[in-house]
Design a protein around this ligand. Structure first.
Ligand code: SAM
Length: 267
């Protein structure tokens, strides 16, 4: 899978791509990342990539010509043929649809993803309308540029490429992973697939630290009790921190019973 990032700050990506899973995936040939300097596609003496907004107002806007030229030079399929070619051109934007785990899984199944990083007041709208096939936002806040968002999207997608994580089961039991990503027949197991909830709490040695003991059930060796504890705590955390996720989660009869217990304890 190939990621291509278009930015006015190519140096920005030296750090984020050189560690952990992303680095290993690159070294193993599972993911290739190329960073393109947008200024290389500007033709004036000052390599200008931005201009004042039509209609007046604050700040500058990234011009369309260098961005169109860069994407065309990369030989990306035309907008109408992109999904068949398993390619996607994405503009990072606070006005985009929210990037979530589902979109990360969709991107991980593609062959090529181009990420266009905005700066200043943003990118000329014609890029979003006529060149890109989607605008993505990494959350409801405004960043100074799309580079952090591109790194976030790349990281979340790369770890879902088959083979990128040492153990495929780890991505299935993580927060947000919906059941349609689980292999047929998988249900809550001893590691308890999240089914769209937040992950359950994790503990490691020492069993007691500064008077804080790990929950006894986890050292009991009773797999069924551990599974049930993990499911209950995943539900509790989701109720506490992200109740919105419960609406789309795949809930079993047991989950509903656990939720009733949790609700009874909260009153
Ligand atoms: N005027 C824009 C607005 O209010 O929506 C904000 C522009 S922002 C200062 C500059 C660039 O940062 C954007 O073009 C986009 O590429 C990036 N950016 C800002 N917030 C983002 C977010 N939440 N998700 C993804 N990219 C973001």
């Amino acid at each position: 899978m190939k990621f291509e990032i278009i930015t006015i700050f190519p140096e920005f990506f030296r750090g984020p791509l050189d560690h952990g899973i992303v680095r290993r995936a690159r070294e193993a040939g599972l993911a290739e990342v190329q960073v393109h300097d947008l200024r290389a596609f500007a033709h004036d003496r000052h390599r200008t990539v931005d201009d004042r907004p039509f209609g007046g107002g604050e700040g500058m806007v990234l011009k369309p010509e260098p961005i169109f030229e860069c994407v065309e030079r990369l030989g990306v399929a035309p907008q109408a043929e992109r999904s068949a070619a398993r390619e996607s051109v994405i503009v990072l934007s606070a006005q985009g649809s929210r990037f979530e785990q589902k979109a990360a899984a969709e991107l991980a199944a593609l062959e090529r993803v181009i990420l266009i990083c905005g700066r200043y007041e943003g990118v000329d709208e014609r890029v979003g309308e006529h060149l890109a096939d989607r605008e993505l936002s990494i959350g409801d806040y405004v960043l100074s540029g799309g580079e952090l968002g591109a790194a976030v999207i790349l990281d979340a997608a790369v770890r879902l490429i088959p083979g990128a994580l040492g153990n495929e089961a780890s991505s299935q039991q993580e927060s947000f992973t919906l059941r349609d990503r689980l292999a047929a027949g998988d249900g809550p197991s001893s590691t308890c697939a999240s089914g769209g909830l937040l992950d359950y709490p994790h503990y490691t040695r020492p069993a007691e630290f500064r008077g804080m003991a790990v929950p006894e059930v986890l050292v009991s060796g009773n797999h069924e009790e551990i599974r049930r504890w993990r499911r209950r705590t995943a539900l509790e955390k989701t109720v506490r921190n992200r109740p919105d996720l419960l609406k789309q989660a795949g809930l079993s009869l047991e989950d509903r019973e656990l939720l009733a217990e949790i609700a009874a304890r909260r009153v």
